[in-house]
Design a protein around this ligand. Structure first.
Ligand code: NAP
Length: 291
């Protein structure tokens, strides 16, 4: 199966490398074309525009930062729409809102193409290891056709029905995750400031009913105040913002998520947007008086 891949950020690069490792032919494009070099060394081909990738490949996957990037790659000059046609499928794995997914879907369908939204749960390491959870919605026939690729990319894929449901599911999941991260961060600081060992807090948490992989993975680096980006904080804040908008539309009060969003915004204002989302911890650590 020949797959086109648009967007070689943290996730796109990891997914493309994984597809190449499993014997897929992959043709890549990235806005900053120089980032394609590493993939070429691993056997990928490169094209200079999204349109050229779509022209070459029956299936094209995109993994882009946010709604404006996802729209730009489809609608702008040299974009996906210029070459999408009957018999070609476009699969957008970016985390966007349901409106963005619908706009892209309608435009692709109007050109005779097939569309699937397929945002993913899981971060850099699961992407490298093919252990993502895929939240697909849209054209079910296309979903079935690309299952061989999804089986390599993820450990499980869900088909959620009409376009928009994938985006909504993803936003609900990340809204919960962002709120949890803030509660966890407050707990680490509270333990420290009240004279407890944060590492012992991690050990206690890990043995109880709220043990989870995120606390286990991020806890030690947060204690060390190190935040190498796996999931950039600016994207987590985008997801909180989009989830809050979904709450607005549905009249769902979300005071916890709203507070978490403010913390992520604060972190962005401190220049931490490109660090891992666990860097929201610094909004509290930075307030600590020096020892
Ligand atoms: N990282 C995670 O743990 C994770 C997990 C699940 C879902 N996601 C979601 O997956 C998506 C990608 O995340 P990531 O972590 O891979 O982000 P990233 O490392 O910041 O990569 C973003 C990608 O989007 C491209 N891009 C940004 N603006 C663009 C534009 N206007 N036109 C064309 N391309 C543009 C970037 O190109 P350049 O290289 O030229 O900047 C890059 O390829 C986001 O929607 C994120 O929320 C991330």
């Amino acid at each position: 199966m020949e797959i086109g891949f648009l967007g070689l950020g943290i996730m796109g690069k990891a997914i493309s490398v994984n597809l190449l490792r499993h014997g897929f032919k992959v043709t890549v494009w990235n806005r900053t074309l120089s980032k394609c070099g590493e993939l070429v060394e691993l056997g990928a081909s490169v094209e200079e525009t999204p349109a050229a990738v779509v022209k070459k490949c029956q299936y094209t996957i995109a993994m882009l930062s946010d709604p404006s990037a996802a729209l730009s790659v489809v609608f702008d000059k040299g974009g996906v729409l210029e070459q999408i046609s009957s018999g070609k499928g476009y699969i957008d794995m970016s985390t966007v809102d349901a409106d963005t997914a619908s706009k892209i879907s309608e435009a692709i369908l109007a050109k005779g193409g097939q569309f699937l939204e397929a945002p993913v749960s899981g971060s850099k390491k699961p992407a490298e290891d093919g252990q993502l959870v895929i939240l697909a919605a849209g054209n079910e026939a296309l979903y079935k056709e690309v299952i061989p690729a999804f089986n390599v990319i993820g450990k499980k894929s869900f088909y959620l029905g009409q376009v928009g449901n994938g985006a909504k599911m993803k936003l609900v999941v990340n809204m919960i995750m962002g709120s949890m991260m803030n509660a966890f961060s407050e707990g680490l600081v509270l333990a420290d400031r009240s004279g407890l060992e944060p590492q012992v807090l991690l050990d206690v948490l890990d043995l109880g009913g709220i043990a989870n992989p995120m606390f286990k993975l991020k806890g030690p680096t947060m204690i060390g105040r190190s935040y190498p980006p796996a999931f950039p904080l600016k994207h987590q804040q985008k997801d909180m913002r989009l989830a809050l908008a979904l709450g607005d539309e549905n009249a769902v009060s979300m005071p916890i998520a709203a507070a978490a969003n403010e913390a992520f915004k604060k972190a962005r204002s401190m220049g931490l947007g490109d660090l891992d989302f666990s860097a929201v911890h610094e909004t509290l650590e930075a307030l600590k008086p020096p020892h």
